[in-house]
Design a protein. Sequence first.
Length: 183
Amino acid sequence: MRKLKITELKRLAPEDFKKTEKLPLVVVLDNVRSLHNVGSVFRTADAFLIEAIYLCGITATPPNVEIHKTALGAENTVEWRYFENTVDAIQNLKEKYYSVFAVEQAEESISIDKFKISDNPCAVVFGNEVKGIDQKVMDQCDACIEIPQFGTKHSLNVSVAAGIVLWEIFKAHPFQQARQYAQ
């Protein structure tokens, strides 16, 4: 096996990325403190053609050197919007008929391996590194997705959780399956 050179990866140019059809999925970051986590979520959103990221509350926004360190330019390709209040972001999404799912440990949560995605637009909310998603935000969500964990810790890093959830939704979404057959 031989590692591919960056020139062999056939990646989209930023201007082509912006024109490419996106997965109808919005990521909502509810008061995420770490700029490195924010940058990492941008980079993952770029990788899976996510429609947009909503940055809420204390979550930092581009342009920012610390976000750029992990985003590596994805903060310039992925659409984003800032909301002072996460509940307002969710109301904005619901007005556009998005289903909104919290990613949290909660009563009646759906394990990610049992979560069924439709081709309707949806959003996933990820919370603060210490406190998780605020209960007022949880109350606005349609359902809750949970990543099973079997060790001694009670949570995953928010950017790791985002990577897992976004990949699971991307690979199961009819959008991805249609793209795969078109290539």
